[in-house]
Every structure is written in structure tokens, then in C-alpha cells.
Design a protein around this ligand. Sequence first.
Ligand SMILES: C=C(O[C@@H]1C=C(C(=O)O)C=C[C@H]1O)C(=O)O
Length: 145
Amino acid sequence: MSPDYDPHASSLTGRTDPEVLAELYAIRGSIDNIDASLVYLLAERFKFTQRVGALKARHELPPSDPGREAAQIERLHRLAIEADLEPAFAEKFLNFIIAEVIRHHRALAAGAGPEAPAGDPAADAAPDRTRTDAGDDPRRGGADA
Ligand SMILES: C=C(O[C@@H]1C=C(C(=O)O)C=C[C@H]1O)C(=O)O
């Protein structure tokens, strides 16, 4: 755990029954563990997608692959229902991650590292994959590159 992280940081201390607080902290301990796992999982996922990006750049393949994304979204939708997670949220989350991956791939294709500023023209040309409101089909998000 980071040395400056206080797992008991809260705006509720002083006005909440100590027993309730103790239970809250216990539950939050698990939430903290899950958040840490998510960070490590995401870091691992980005390591792999960077390898895909380097491969694509080397072989002049397009940064995005809408066919692959459509299959992933459909699969995630099914998994979310099985897991009792709201499918729209799962879809939004995956689209958010994929948008970032595509931004990295565009940067790699342009010869830059993944840290290219978000405001660069290549990134600006990316479709907004974070919108999942009605009428916005992420599978047809203009992922054209
Ligand atoms: C990682 C890839 O590149 C892009 C990002 C994807 C992802 O983050 O899962 C999926 C498809 C591509 O649009 C890939 O083509 O596999």
C-alpha cells in the first residue's frame, strides 16, 4: 500500500457510530483490494495491447479493428449478464479502454510512444467511443483507421 494512503480516510468520522464505521472500513478493505487488482490487470492489458500496437505499426495495419471490437462487445455483453453486471456499463467500460488503446496505436504508427499528448491531431481524429447513449452504436463508431 502507498505510504501516504489512509484506508480510513472519510468524511464520516466523528458523526458516525464507531461500530458502523468499523464495518464500513472492513468492507472498504475489500474494495481497496479490488481497485488495486484492477490497476494491475489494466497495466497488464495495456502491456499486451502495446505489443499489438507495435506489431500493427511494423506491418502497417490499421490501429483499430472494428470487427474484433464488435465480437468483444457482444461477448462482454453476455458475460456481464451472467455476472449480474449491467451490460451497458460493461460495454461503456470496454469502449473507454479500447479508445485509449487506439490512441496509443495511432501514436505508435506515427512513430511516437504511448505518452503522446491527448490533444494531438491523430487522437483528435479518433471516434468518441465513450458515448453509448441511444442511437450511438459503438460497433459502428467510425473506427475507421
Ligand atoms: C488490441 C487491438 O487493437 C484495438 C484495441 C482493442 C482492444 O483494446 O481490445 C481491440 C481491437 C482494436 O481496435 C487489437 O486489434 O487486438
